[in-house]
Design a protein around this ligand. Structure first.
Ligand code: S3P
Length: 449
C-alpha cells in the first residue's frame, strides 16, 4: 500500500451561506502528468508553471527521477532536465504510482519499449484496475510482461532489444491507452500508428508536437482519427511550459455554485479544450447560468474564466457520445442532477466501472444513502431530482479510495438541509489538495467529521 497525505479520515459538508468569490483551481492533472513525462524525456531544460502538485502527479515526477531525469521545485515552478529521447535509465527499485491510473499507464507505455526491466506497484485501488488495455499493445511491440492473472498491479515489464512499431486501433474510448501506445512508439523505429474511433482528450498529441516530436493527426468523415508518430526522433525541452487550470477540479466548484442558493462564483483560468468541456456543455443545457468569460490562449490551449450562479436546473438526456469529454465528471453531474427538475439520463458509462473505484456503483450508493431517486444500469444512470432538495442528506458515503467520489458528495452536502459525510477524505490530495480550503474561501463548510 502507498501512503497518502493529510486530510485522511471522514469529512462532513454542511449547508450554510451562499458561495461567493473568485478563485483559481490547480493545474490540469492530465497535462501535469505529461509535463513531467515529456519534460523528463526531452533533451534540455523545461520549466513548468501551474503544475498540479497532487500526489498522483508527484508520483509520476518521482518515477521520472528514478529513470534519470532531474526534477526540482524552483520558485513558483518546476525545473526539469530531461534525459533525451531513448535515453531513460533502468529504474532502481519499484515505481510506485499510488492511486494514479494515468501516471502508471502512460509510464508503462513510455518504458515498455526499453530493453530493461521496470516494476510497477500502486495502492489497493490501482491494483484492482485493468492494465491489460495497455499491456496488450505493448506485447505486440515485443514487450514481456510478468503480471498476476488478469494483468493487474503489481507487475513487471521488459522491453525488447528493438521494438516493433505497430498500428493499433484503440478498442475502448481511452486517452490513456492511446497515449501509452504513442509513448511506446517514441522508442521504436519507424512509424507507430494509433487509430482512435472516438476522440478522447488530445493532450498527448498536442504536447508531443510542442516537444518537437513528429506527430500527424488525420480525421476522416466519420470522425475516426489516425495518429502517426515517428519513433526515435529528437524531443526538445520547452523552456516555459504553462499548465492551465483543471476543468475536472473546477467541476466541483461549478456544481456547488449551481446548487447552493444565492451563489455567485468565478473560477479563473480553466482549460477549455473541447475534449474536456462536456460537463459545462451539459450544465448549460440543464439551464445552468455559466458565463464563459475572457477566452484566451495560454500555452497552446484555450482557457477561460467561468462565472457560475445558482440556477434552476432541469433534467436532460446526456448522449453517450459525450462521455469521453466528461468521463471524470459524471459523479458530480449526478449531484447537479439531484437538484434538477425531472430526470437526467446518462448513457455510455461503461468506463466508469474501471476508474479509481467502480464509479457507477459508488455514485448510486451515495445517492441512495442520501435519499436521492435514481436508477443504475450496467452502463447508464438516471437521477430524478428535487429542486428544493427536501429530505436530502444525512448519509455517509463510502469513497472506495476515489477522490472524485469524495469531492462530489461533499459538494452534495453543501446544498442539503442535513449534512453529508464521506468516509475518507485522504484521496482528495491525489488531484485537488486545495479543495477543502477553496470551498472555505467561497464560504462553504467542509470539516473533519
Ligand atoms: C486521462 C484519461 C482518462 C481520465 C483520466 C485521465 C488522461 O482516462 O479518466 O482521469 O490523462 O489521459 P481513460 O483514458 O482511461 O478514460
Amino acid at each position: 500500500m502507498s501512503g497518502h497525505g493529510d486530510g485522511g479520515g471522514p469529512l462532513r459538508a454542511t449547508f450554510g451561506s451562499a458561495l461567493s468569490g473568485t478563485v483559481r483551481v490547480p493545474g490540469d492533472k492530465s497535462i501535469s502528468h505529461r509535463a513531467f513525462l515529456f519534460g523528463g524525456l526531452a533533451a534540455g531544460r523545461t520549466r513548468v508553471t501551474g503544475l498540479l502538485e497532487g500526489e498522483d502527479v508527484l508520483a509520476t515526477g518521482r518515477a521520472m527521477r528514478q529513470m534519470g531525469a532531474r526534477i526540482e521545485r524552483d520558485g513558483d515552478g518546476w525545473v526539469i532536465d530531461g534525459v533525451g529521447n531513448g535515453a531513460l535509465l533502468e529504474p532502481e527499485g519499484l515505481l510506485d504510482f499510488g492511486n494514479a491510473g494515468t501516471g502508471s499507464r502512460l509510464t508503462m507505455g513510455l518504458v515498455g519499449t526499453y530493453d530493461f526491466a521496470t516494476c510497477f506497484t500502486g495502492d489497493a485501488s490501482l491494483s484492482r484496475r485493468p492494465m491489460g488495455r495497455v499491456l496488450d499493445p505493448l506485447r505486440q511491440m515485443g514487450t514481456q510482461v510478468i503480471a498476476r492473472s488478469g494483468d493487474r498491479l503489481p507487475l513487471a515489464i521488459h522491453g525488447p532489444r528493438v521494438a516493433a512499431p505497430i498500428t493499433y486501433r484503440v478498442p475502448m474510448a481511452s486517452a490513456q491507452v492511446k497515449s501509452a501506445v504513442l509513448l511506446a512508439g517514441l522508442n521504436a523505429p519507424g512509424i507507430t500508428t494509433v487509430i482512435e474511433p472516438v476522440m478522447t482528450r488530445d493532450h498527448t498529441e498536442r504536447m508531443l508536437q510542442g516537444f518537437g516530436a513528429t506527430v500527424s493527426v488525420e480525421t476522416d468523415a466519420a470522425g475516426v482519427r489516425t495518429i502517426r508518430l515517428e519513433g526515435q526522433g529528437r524531443l526538445s525541452a520547452v523552456p516555459d511550459f504553462v499548465v492551465p487550470g483543471d476543468p475536472s477540479s473546477a467541476a466541483f466548484l461549478v456544481v456547488a455554485a449551481l446548487i447552493v442558493p444565492g451563489s455567485d462564483v468565478t473560477i479563473e483560468n480553466v482549460l477549455m479544450n473541447p475534449t474536456r468541456t462536456g460537463l459545462v456543455q451539459t450544465l448549460i443545457e440543464m439551464g445552468g447560468a455559466i458565463d464563459i468569460l475572457n477566452q484566451r490562449e495560454s500555452g497552446g490551449e484555450t482557457v477561460a474564466d467561468l462565472r457560475v450562479r445558482h440556477s434552476e436546473l432541469k433534467g436532460v438526456d446526456v448522449p453517450a457520445d459525450r462521455a469521453p469529454s466528461m468521463i471524470d465528471e459524471y459523479p458530480v453531474l449526478a449531484v447537479a442532477a439531484s437538484f434538477a427538475a425531472g430526470t437526467t439520463r446518462m448513457n455510455g458509462l461503461d468506463e466508469l466501472r474501471v476508474k479509481e473505484s467502480d464509479r457507477l456503483a459508488a455514485v448510486a450508493a451515495g445517492l441512495a444513502a442520501n435519499g436521492i431517486d435514481h436508477e443504475e444500469g450496467h452502463d447508464w444512470l438516471t437521477v430524478t431530482g428535487r429542486p428544493d432538495g427536501r429530505g436530502y442528506g444525512g448519509g455517509t458515503v463510502a469513497t472506495h479510495l476515489d477522490h472524485r467520489i469524495a469531492m462530489s458528495f461533499l459538494v452534495l452536502g453543501l446544498a442539503c438541509q442535513r449534512p453529508v459525510t464521506v468516509d475518507d477524505g485522504a484521496m482528495i490530495a491525489t488531484s485537488f489538495p486545495e479543495f477543502v480550503g477553496l470551498v472555505a474561501t467561497l464560504g462553504g463548510t467542509v470539516e473533519p467529521a
